[in-house]
Design a protein around this ligand. Structure first.
Ligand code: PEP
Ligand code: MG
Length: 754
C-alpha cells in the first residue's frame, strides 16, 4: 500500500509548532503516536524517553499497547530491541521480532500478538533522547522505506522533546511524591533488576526494619548494666553460630562468610570496648549499642567502594540482634509462608529466616544484584527483584504480586491472562528442571568416541546442579568467589575448609582448581590497585599471584591440603609465557615441600596444567604442552585477547566473534600441540556450551568440555548426534575459510538456528 509520507511529516511539524506548553508533552506524544500508528498502518506505535541518570527508557505514550503501561514499562539502555536501538544509535527492524535473541516480551501490556517490529532512536547529535517503536501483527510488515520515513519523523521530534525534557527537568530521578501517590492505586507493573531468578506469585507483605532509634525506644523497665550487655553479646553469638550451622550444609562457602563477619564484629574489642567506655561514662547499654552501631554504619557509608558500603547492613543486623537480646524483645515474627515480601532493605539473616518460613519471593527497593542478600537468595532459590519503586511500599492490603525473576519484572494484581502465561512458563521451567533426568551417564559420539562433560563451579552451591546433570567432575573451579565476597584475603585455613568440602562432595571425581583469577573485571574491594588504564592487560590472574606470592602460596597450600583427601588438579589462568608457567609451578613445588617438612597431610605431586587464554600461550602451545600436564582453553579470554575486543564492553560486543578465523586457527593450533604431546585438553569457556561450535571442536580433537552444568543435556544431545569423521571434515572446511561471513554461512548450514 502506498502511503503519502510527506503528509505525515507536515502534520507532525504542525503539531510540534503548536506545542508551547511543556506540561502538555505527554499529550503531544500521545497525539503523535496515534497519528503515526494510523499512517503506517501499524497496530502499535510507542515512544520511550531516555533518562540518563537512571539509565532508563520509560514508555511515555502508546497507541496499541495498554494505556496503563505508560510510565510503568522501563528498560535499560541496551535492553530488548528498543534498548538496543538506542544503545547502538541505529534503527532496528525485524520481520519477526520474537526470533531475535535480544527480543523482550512484556506480558500484560498487550504486546503478545505483534510480530513485526521497528525501533528508531530519537537522537540529537550524540545525545540519546528516546526511542520510537512500531509493531504490527503481520510478519515482515515494515519496509526499508518505512525505516527512512520513521527516521525523518523522529529527527523532527528530537529537538522539541529535548527542549521539553530540559525545561521540565525531566531528567531528575527523584520520584515526585504526588505522582507516587497517584500511581499507588494504578500500579500494575514495575521494572526492576533480577537479583535471583525464578517465578513467584503470592500476597504482598511489606516488611519494615525497625530503625535503630525505634529499637532503642523498646524500653525495659529494669535498669540495664554492663553485665546485661555482656550476656546479650554471648546470646547473640550463640544465635549467629546456630544460624551458621543450620545452613552450613546447604550454603557452606557463602554462609560462613556472612556470619563470620558478624561474629567477628561481636568479638571485636574495639567495638565492644567503645560500648563499655560509653556505659562507664554514664550511658545506658542501649544507648551505647545504638551510638557505636551508628558510628560504624556512618563509617561504612563513607567507604568509596560499593561492596564495603553494603557491610553497613551486617553492622545493623548485629546491632539489632544485640538490642533485642539486651531488652529481651524479639523482632516481630510473622508468618511469611507463600507470601511475597517487599522491603526497602533486608539483612542477610532476614533472608535466611524468611526462607525457613517458606517465603515465595522478595522485592527489595535497594541493594545491588551482587549483594549478600541477592547471593543468598539465589542459593536459597528465592526469586528476588530489586526495584526502586516507592509505591510498592504502599500497596493495597491483599494485593497480589507476580514476580518474574528472570526479567526482573513485578506485576501487581496481574490479569488472568498474565497469570496463565506465567503458569505456562513455570511448567516449561519445571520441565526444563526435570530435563536433567534425560542426561546419560556416558557421552559418546555416533561412532563411539568418548567425550567427557564436566561442570564449571563458582559456588559450592552449584555442585547440586552439577550432580543433577551428572557432570563427570569439576573442570573449572573458579576459586575467586570466596576472595571477592570477603572484606580481606581469606586465610589458608578458611580456604582449606572450603576446598576440602568440595573434594569431599565430589567423592573422588576429577576436580580442576583454577588458582586465583582476579583483576580485569573482578576487583577485590580490599586490595588497593594502583589505578590501571587497562585492567584486562594489567595485574590480572597469574600475574597478581606471582606478584603476591604470599597470597598465592596460601592458596596453593590450601589446595594441596584438600588434595590429601583425594587428588585434584591445579591450573593457572592467563599464562602468557613458559616463564609464567615455570614460576607458578615452582610455587606449587615449594609449597608441597613446606607441607612435607611440617608433616601436614597434602597431595605431593598434583597434575599441573595451564589455561590457554592469551595469543602468546597459543604461540608457545607446543612448548607449554611438553611441560604442562594438561591444557584448559579459556575461550572467553582467548577471544578477547586474540581479537583485541574487551569482553565486557558492550560497544564492541558485535566484534567479539568466537568463530573469527583467527580464533578457530588458534584453537586448532592449541589442540594440535596437546594431541601431539598426548596431553589432555578441554574447553572451559562459553564456546563449549554453544552447540554450533561442537563439530569444529570435536573435529580438532577436543574430547572434554567444562560448562555451566545446566548446559550439559543440550551439549550431550548435540555430541551424540555427531560423528568424529564428519566433524573433522567440518573443522577442515571451516579452517579453510578466511572471512567471518563465510564461516557464519557454513555454521548456519550445519546448524540452522530456529
Ligand atoms: C575463560 O576465560 O574462558 C574462562 C573460563 O575463565 P573466566 O571466564 O573465569 O575468565
Ligand atoms: Mg578466563
Amino acid at each position: 500500500m502506498h502511503r503519502d509520507h510527506s503528509k505525515l511529516i507536515c502534520d507532525i511539524s504542525e503539531l510540534t509548532a503548536l506545542f508551547t506548553d511543556t506540561a502538555n508533552l505527554d499529550s503531544l506524544l500521545q497525539k503523535i503516536v496515534e497519528m503515526i500508528a494510523h499512517h503506517m498502518n501499524a497496530g502499535v506505535c510507542s515512544v520511550y524517553l531516555y533518562y540518563e541518570e537512571a539509565d532508563e527508557l520509560v514508555l511515555k505514550a502508546t497507541q496499541g499497547l495498554r494505556l496503563d503501561s505508560v510510565g510503568q514499562v522501563k528498560l535499560k539502555l541496551g535492553e530488548g530491541l528498543t534498548g538496543k536501538a538506542l544503545l547502538e544509535m541505529r534503527p532496528v527492524c525485524e520481520g519477526n521480532a520474537r526470533l531475535h535473541p535480544s527480543f523482550r516480551l512484556f506480558t500484560g501490556i498487550g504486546e503478545e500478538k505483534f510480530c513485526s517490529f521497528m525501533a528508531v532512536p530519537i537522537l540529537r547529535g550524540q545525545n540519546r533522547i528516546g526511542v520510537m517503536t512500531l509493531q504490527s501483527e503481520q510478519k515482515d510488515h515494515f519496509t526499508a522505506e518505512d525505516v527512512n520515513i520513521f527516521r525523518a519523523v523522529t529527527s523532527q521530534l528530537a529537538n522539541t522533546i529535548e527542549m521539553a525534557k530540559l525545561l521540565i527537568g525531566i531528567n531528575k530521578t527523584v520520584p515526585d511524591e504526588k505522582k507516587t501517590a497517584v500511581r499507588v492505586s494504578q500500579l500494575k507493573f514495575v521494572k526492576g533488576r533480577s537479583g535471583a531468578e525464578g517465578f513467584a506469585m503470592g500476597e504482598a507483605v511489606v516488611v519494615r526494619l525497625p530503625a535503630l532509634e525505634d529499637m532503642l525506644a523498646v524500653g525495659s523497665e529494669q535498669p540495664l548494666t554492663l553485665e546485661h550487655l555482656r550476656a546479650a553479646v554471648l546470646a547473640t553469638e550463640r544465635q549467629l553460630e546456630s544460624f551458621q550451622k543450620a545452613i552450613e550444609t546447604k550454603l557452606f562457602d557463602v554462609a560462613s562468610l556472612i556470619f563470620s563477619a558478624q561474629i567477628l564484629m561481636l568479638k571485636d574489642q574495639a567495638m565492644l570496648g567503645a560500648m563499655e567506655a560509653l556505659i562507664n561514662s554514664g550511658a545506658t547499654p542501649q544507648e551505647a549499642v545504638r551510638q557505636v552501631v551508628a558510628e560504624y554504619v556512618a563509617r561504612f557509608d563513607k567507604m568509596p567502594n560499593a561492596f564495603l558500603r553494603e557491610k553497613r547492613y551486617d553492622v545493623i543486623d548485629v546491632g539489632r540482634r544485640l538490642l533485642e537480646n539486651l531488652v529481651g524483645v524479639r523482632g516481630v515474627e510473622r508468618q511469611y509462608a507463600r507470601k511475597i515480601v517487599i522491603a526497602r532493605e533486608l539483612l542477610p539473616s532476614d533472608a535466611l529466616k524468611l526462607s525457613t518460613q517458606g517465603v515465595q519471593g522478595v522485592v527489595l527497593l535497594s541493594g545491588g544484584v551482587t549483594s549478600h542478600v541477592a547471593v543468598l537468595a539465589r542459593s536459597l532459590n528465592i526469586p528476588l527483584i530489586i526495584a526502586d519503586e516507592e509505591a510498592l511500599l504502599s500497596l493495597a492490603p491483599q494485593a497480589v504480586l507476580l514476580l518474574d525473576g528472570e526479567q526482573g519484572n513485578v506485576y501487581v494484581d496481574p490479569e488472568p491472562g498474565v497469570v496463565a502465561a506465567f503458569k505456562e512458563k513455570e511448567a516449561l521451567r519445571k520441565g526444563a528442571a526435570q530435563a536433567c533426568r534425560n542426561v546419560k551417564a556416558r557421552t559418546l559420539t555416533k561412532d563411539g568416541a568418548v567425550v567427557h562433560l564436566l561442570a564449571n563451579i563458582n559456588l559450592l552451591g552449584d555442585l547440586a546442579v552439577a550432580k543433577d546433570y551428572q557432570a563427570e567432575g569439576v573442570g573449572l573451579y573458579r576459586t575467586e568467589f570466596p576472595f571477592i565476597v570477603r572484606s580481606d584475603f581469606p586465610t589458608e585455613e578458611e580456604q582449606y575448609v572450603i576446598y576440602r568440602k568440595l573434594v569431599e562432595i565430589m567423592k573422588g571425581r576429577p576436580i580442576t582448581f583454577r588458582t586465583l583469577d582476579i583483576g580485569g573485571d573482578k576487583a577485590l574491594s580490599y586490595y588497593d590497585y594502583a589505578k590501571e588504564a587497562n585492567p584486562f592487560l594489567g595485574l590480572r590472574s597469574i600475574r597478581f599471584s606471582l606478584r603476591h606470592q604470599d597470597v598465592f602460596a596460601q592458596q596453593v597450600r590450601a589446595i594441596l591440603r584438600a588434595g590429601a583427601v583425594s587428588p585434584v588438579r591445579i591450573m593457572f589462568p592467563m599464562v602468557s609465557s613458559l616463564d609464567d608457567f615455570f614460576a607458578a609451578r615452582a610455587v606449587v613445588v615449594e609449597c608441597a615441600a613446606q607441607l612435607k617438612s611440617s608433616g601436614i597431610p597434602h597431595l605431593a605431586a598434583p597434575e599441573i596444567g595451564v589455561m590457554i587464554e592469551t595469543p602468546s600461550a597459543v604461540e608457545m602451545s607446543d612448548e607449554l604442552a611438553r611441560e604442562a600436564a594438561f591444557f584448559s582453553v579459556g575461550t572467553n579470554d582467548l577471544i578477547q585477547y586474540v581479537l583485541a575486543v574487551d569482553r565486557t564492553n558492550e560497544k564492541v560486543a558485535d566484534l567479539y566473534v568466537p568463530h573469527h578465523p583467527s580464533v578457530l586457527r588458534a584453537l586448532e593450533r592449541t589442540a594440535r600441540a596437546a594431541v601431539r604431546h598426548k596431553k589432555d585438553i578441554s574447553i572451559c569457556g562459553d564456546m563449549a556450551h554453544d552447540p554450533r561450535y561442537m563439530p569444529f571442536l570435536l573435529g580438532i580433537g577436543i574430547r572434554s568440555f567444562s560448562v555451566d552444568a545446566r548446559y550439559i543435556l543440550k551439549i550431550q544431545e548435540r555430541i551424540m548426534s555427531l560423528d568424529t569423521t564428519s566433524a573433522r571434515q567440518t573443522a577442515e572446511k571451516l579452517l579453510g575459510l578466511v572471512s567471518i561471513v563465510a564461516i557464519e554461512k557454513e555454521l548456519a548450514s550445519e546448524y540452522p538456528v530456529a
